[in-house]
Design a protein around this ligand. Structure first.
Ligand SMILES: Nc1ncnc2c1ncn2[C@@H]1O[C@H](COP(=O)(O)OP(=O)(O)OP(=O)(O)O)[C@@H](O)[C@H]1O
Length: 787
């Protein structure tokens, strides 16, 4: 940076006086040269027809009475005679072109070193043409001009006719090689193609002939085009030898390719028996359409979403100035000079991009991050030093009047509407006010955290709404877990369209934590089943599988079916982990590790981003994270592996990361009434008979493993037995409370108690029966066991 700066300042000092022309001077000189070029051209053309007639009048240039026939009269006749007859012959036309070009270059302020190259090679080719034409002319004529003839006689005296013609060939090669980067390989390829053409002309029938000719023409045109492109690129300066070599290699590779494709096309693909069958099925019935069952399904319209008055960014110049001054002042207090500052206005924050003075270390600014934020004394300031990939420093300052990013505006955006993603999600708008759309399928799972009231639920609704606007009920299913019981209830209305549930459950939205464990395990079974199906179909992922299924290459009688994506949304993960611990963590981690290929994606939201909720194993499997405002730096680190989320301003202001970069986004706002309208609209349409059924899961509680070895018993077995017998209540949660155990261990203890005959079998939601009446009977029972 330092270097750039010194360059900038020193440049004008040295070069300005020698080269600078005012714009007016440029206009005058440029148009003069262009017009001169045009005049010469007109005179030359005219000379071809009138030259002979005007020959005799040339000596009487000063006598006004003597009339000439040239279209530019005396001057035209004289100039043409000078350039063409006494000069270089018809090749002089090139000079008129060069003069015209010079005018254009000056008028358009173009690079003059390029013009120099044009003049150099232009003159070269003028001389060459003049000698060439002179070579074939026995007497002086206008083709080669005097110079052409004289140079020929001179050359032929010394080299003879053969020597001169070889010299001409050599000069031409030199010209082509340097000017158009032609190589021996180019010629070889041209010859090969030509000979191939000729062979094909003989061989192929009339209809085939048209193909190679077309291809060749385009290939040749490409040759010439690439030759020109390359020459233009390199005209700036005389290219070094090494620089020349590189583009040539590239060009050759480009040329070989079209020939290859022609050969490949000739190979007829072998069709297997199943291919034939599937082709026939597709021919007869068309591709399989998964949406057929609900073919009249109508996607929700944009009108269901609210339009906001406060949308659209209004730039407040005063605020911008004020903030800029404060930033400059604050940085000056720390002796940090600023070379330039640029503002990008977003919906809620404005990014001030700063280029510090030469010699200022970015680490210095980074160390002062907190002090600077304090001096600017505004909530939500975030300093990015340096902005990745730019080398500038960013200071994000919240706008006084933030604008709402409506769901309607992001859904209506071209980016979302035209997206070809598998599961597109319109999250909101970035700091440069661009709509931000990501593919959930690529993430492949999303972790969302933020303190209460900062916009998590709105964020989840934005995700769900995006998918509802883009995906047919046949293509995506949601598994919704909502321990808060209120946030996602609205989606109940679309149960038979979009939700998935366990076969025996009444409600599709899961609010009971114990049911979550069953659902998660059921999803694991679904995952294993899907993997099996993919394996049998020889597909690597769900997209390939579904494409194959649509092309009728997979037989439903073999257990194949169209697979919808499944999106699992957990609204309050902390609550789950606290009550069920490992029992939830294990299937979640398993799904997160393996489910991406088979189309199961998880979205997990939590208020408490502490390390015992977002454990290492969860974090490792959720590379995509969204952080709304959190209360402490530690929480921010837990979610994002860095600070920043603690400096957000709330109300949907968020940071999104998918690995390295962190992007600040204003989340799209979708209100409950809007979600209600959408779900009403979908819910009122024809639905499937039932929600999408997940595979049945038989939980441990059903007591299938009764013969547990006495030696394998938990250390707390006796204590647990005593508690159960004393309370005469056989429930795992009692053990959890009294012994301060996790759900898992308590469950296992109950199994062991059942195996020992202390409690009865599993009775659904009721507590188990206690089979031992009191502690004395318990002692007896356990003693008998050991004997
Ligand atoms: N993207 C947004 N744009 C504007 N305002 C928003 C946005 N997101 C949230 N808000 C405001 O913040 C309020 C709280 O949002 P939300 O209910 O999503 O918070 P939350 O994080 O889910 O809280 P809790 O965890 O308590 O449910 C909303 O009612 C709304 O007024």
């Amino acid at each position: 940076m330092a270097k750039n700066k010194t360059k900038k300042t020193s440049k004008p000092k040295i070069k300005a006086p020698s080269f600078k022309m005012s714009s007016q001077q440029k206009l005058i000189l440029g148009s003069f040269l262009s017009i001169l070029g045009l005049l010469l051209f007109v005179a030359f053309v005219s000379y071809i027809f009138t030259g002979k007639a005007d020959q005799s009048t040339l000596t009487e240039f000063s006598t006004r009475d003597v009339k000439t026939e040239n279209w530019l009269n005396k001057t035209g006749a004289w100039l043409s005679d000078f350039f063409i007859y006494r000069g270089f012959g018809v090749a002089s036309f090139i000079f008129s072109g060069l003069l015209f070009l010079s005018g254009v270059f000056i008028l358009t302020n173009s690079n003059l070193s390029k013009l120099r190259t044009h003049w150099f090679w232009g003159t070269f080719i003028v001389i060459w043409l003049s000698i060439l034409f002179g070579f074939f002319a026995n007497t002086l004529d206008i083709l080669g001009g005097t110079i052409g003839l004289e140079m020929n006689t001179f050359l032929q005296d010394y080299l003879g006719k053969i020597g001169t013609s070889l010299l001409l060939v050599f000069l031409l090669i030199t010209y082509l090689a340097i000017r158009f980067k032609v190589t021996a390989e180019t010629f070889k390829n041209l010859f090969q193609r030509a000979s191939k053409d000729i062979k094909q002309d003989f061989k192929t029938s009339n209809e085939d002939v048209s193909i190679p000719i077309d291809n060749d023409l385009t290939a040749e045109a490409e040759d010439i085009k690439s030759a020109f492109e390359l020459s233009v690129e390199d005209k700036d300066e005389e290219p070094k030898e090494t620089e020349k070599a590189k583009p040539i290699t590239v060009k050759i590779e480009e040329k070989v390719e079209p020939e290859m494709t022609i050969e490949v096309e000739e190979v007829a693909e072998e069709l297997s028996e199943t291919d034939n069958l599937s082709n026939k099925l597709v021919e007869d019935f068309g591709q399989f359409d998964p949406t057929l069952e609900l073919s009249n399904y109508k996607f929700p319209s944009l009108d269901l979403l609210k339009k906001y008055e406060t949308e659209g960014i209004t730039i407040n110049q005063e605020e911008l100035e004020e903030n800029k001054n404060r930033i400059v002042e604050t940085l000056n207090n720390y002796k940090i000079g600023i070379a330039s500052i640029k503002a990008t206005i977003g919906p809620t924050v404005t990014l001030y991009e700063i280029v510090p003075d030469a010699g200022i270390r970015i680490s210095k600014i980074k160390n002062l991050e907190d002090d600077i934020a304090l001096s600017l004394s505004a909530l939500g300031i975030r300093i990015i030093a340096p902005i990745p990939g730019k080398g500038t420093i960013g200071i994000e300052v919240p706008n006084k009047n933030s604008t709402i990013v409506s769901m309607r505006s992001v859904i209506a955006s071209q980016k979302f509407q035209k997206s070809e993603m598998q599961l597109p999600i319109a999250l909101g708008k970035t700091i440069s006010n661009e709509t931000f759309v990501v593919d959930l399928a690529k993430m492949p799972h999303l972790l969302m955290a933020g303190a209460t009231g900062q916009g998590k639920s709105v964020g989840l609704n934005a995700v769900l709404t995006s998918l509802l606007y883009k995906k047919h009920p046949a293509e995506v299913k949601f598994v919704l877990v909502d321990p808060k019981k209120v946030e996602l209830t609205l989606f109940n209305k679309i149960e038979r369209h979009y939700l998935a549930k366990l076969p025996d459950s009444e409600e599709a939205i899961i609010t009971d934590n114990t049911k979550v464990i069953n659902t998660l395990n059921s999803l694991c079974i679904e995952m294993d089943n899907r993997y099996e199906m993919l394996k049998n179909a020889l597909c690597r992922n769900i997209a390939e599988y579904n494409a194959k299924f649509k092309a009728r290459k997979l037989n439903p009688n073999d257990g194949h079916q169209f697979l919808p994506y499944i999106v699992l949304v957990v609204d309050e993960f902390a609550d789950l982990i606290m009550t069920a611990g490992k029992e939830v963590e294990t299937p979640i981690a398993r799904l997160a590790q393996l489910a991406r290929a088979i189309g199961i994606h998880l979205i997990i939201a939590t208020q408490r981003p502490s390390v015992n909720v977002i454990t290492g194993i969860i974090k490792a499997n959720f590379p995509a994270r969204i952080a709304f405002r959190v209360t402490s730096k530690i929480d921010s680190r837990t979610i994002l592996d860095g600070s920043g989320a603690d400096q957000l301003i709330g109300r949907g202001d968020m940071l999104f990361t998918q690995g390295n970069d962190m992007i600040r986004i204003q989340c799209a706002f979708v209100d409950t009434p809007e979600v209600e309208k959408i779900t009403d609209f979908i819910g009122s349409q024809k639905a499937y008979p039932d929600a999408y059924l997940l595979p049945e899961y038989v939980g441990e509680e059903s007591g299938t493993s009764l013969d547990i070895d006495i030696l394998d018993r938990d250390k707390l077995f006796r204590e647990a037995a005593e508690i159960i017998v004393t309370a005469q209540q056989g429930s795992a949660s009692l053990l959890q409370r009294k012994l301060k155990l996790g759900y898992n261990r308590a469950g296992r203890l109950i199994d062991q108690l059942e195996a020992a005959g202390i409690v009865g079998g599993f009775e659904g939601s009721k507590a188990r029966q206690v089979l031992v009446p009191d502690l004395v009977a318990l002692d007896q029972l356990l003693e008998n066991e050991t004997n």
